[in-house]
Every structure is written in structure tokens, then in C-alpha cells.
Design a protein. Sequence first.
Lengths: 127, 173
Amino acid sequence: MIMVTGGAFQGKTAYTMRKFGLAESDITDGADASFEKLKTARCITNYHLLVKRLGDDCIGFTEELCRTNPEAVIIIDEIGCGIVPVEKSERIWRENVGRCGCIIAANSEKVLRIVCGIPAIIKGENE
Amino acid sequence: MTTLITGGSKCGKSSFAEKMLNDFRGRKIYIATMQPFGEDAFEAIERHRKMRVGKGFETIEKYTDIHEISLDNSCAVLLECIGNLCANEMFSGGTVNAPADKIVSGIKRLADSVSELIIVTNQVGSDGVTYADGTADYIRVLGSINRNIAGFADNVIECVYGIPVLLKGELPC
């Protein structure tokens, strides 16, 4: 598994497609694709939005994905570096994104963090 | 040795901080700064307690006035976290004129007296939201505290989804 993270609009998807030779058809959007399709996706974008849709099921779904689709590339925004939200559902979502992100990172042989389109390898070997 | 660990929400900071003290053979002290007010705080405190079970920590609950803690160099200390400590100093009752100076000098004192000090803090300034005065002050003060602790810390580490990213010094484990 490969994880690509960083803030919003840092060029994560463009970099990932270039780096790993992916086509548009390889990309499945966590924001709106069916859960069945996501389970076998080559690459999932907006995983943080998928976590919101999954609600309480997010941990189970993420653990299963790591087991059954270990070749997937997962793109997930970093969203936790701000003030704790007032709204409870927002707080729960933000914490769930942190937990799911930790699971994906632990199961990934490589984790990249993209800033301004530039990757930093924070886990795994440089090539 | 003093190590500052920062990062966002649920990024694995605590787990990493605890792991750093796995091999320490002296007294291990956990300084908890979160006040048990509200359902979220209870849940968080309970979760962190469970994480520490069997790891040999003594817990000291200290919500403000960190400078009052006296420990010697037989101890390793995990202080969690500066985000709560800063909020407590700024917003619970009394009026502290310079919370950043008070907190930083209290922590420096602790760093100079114990064998190992691991400090967990938070990154709160990156959501791009403009907040009202009280919250804006909090972000400013916490940023200043973090910079000052990072100045004297031997190691500074940012956790990103559980992965330690080295910012200063070296990765202890």
C-alpha cells in the first residue's frame, strides 16, 4: 500500500498519477463512489471525505481495505492541524480521519507528503 | 534529553511519546494537563489511561502552574499536552499576564531537573480559519510556546498519521 498526504490543493493527485503511471480511470473518488467500487480501487482520492461518509464504520472499512486491497494508493488530506471544531460531528470526523490515517500509514510501505507539488518521503526508501 | 512532539488531531503523538520511554528503567511520570470537564474530555482521558496501562507510569494531574512540580533526575517525564495547559492558563478563572513566559519557564525548569522530558503539543494554526479574539490569542500564544520550547529542546518531532518526521536533533526510536 502507498499513502499520499498533505494539505488540500497541493498537487497530490497529479503527482500520484505521474509517479505511479495512473490514468483517470484508475482513480476512484472517496467523496462519492460506491463502497463496493472503493474496495477494489487501484487508487482512492479524498479518503478523508470517505471517512465522513462511513461514520462509525470507518475503522472497520479501513482495516479491511488494508487486508484485501494491499496494492492500493490512498490519497488523504491532512486536516487535523487546527482548532478543535465546535460541532460534535466535525470533531468526531476529524478524529476518525486521524485514526484511519494512522492505520493506512502503518500498513503502507511508502508514505509521501506533498507540499506545493513537491514530495517528501516520510516512510520508506527513496528510489 | 528534552524532546518536543507536535502534530494534529489523533496523529499518533501519544503512542510515539510513550514508545520513547519503553526502555527507561527509572521512575516514569505522566503529567496530565487535561481537565475532566465534558464528555469529550472524559473519553479522551479514559482512552489515554487505557493506552498507558501496564507501562509503569505514575500519573500527576496538573492543569496549571507546571513550575510547581519538583522531580529529580531519577525520573523520566511525559507531559501531555501543552495545548490543554495553555488553554487552562488562559481561560480558567485567574488572569495570567504572560501565559507563554510562565509555561515556557515552568517547562524549562522541569527539563533541567529530570533525566528525560517528552513534551506533547499540538499544531493548531493551519486550518486557515479567522477566529474571534480569544481563540486567535490562544493560537498565537500556543505558537509562541511551541517555538520557545523547540528552541531549547534537543529533539523536535512532528507526527503525521503516526509517522515521526524529524524537525530538529535526532529520532530517538
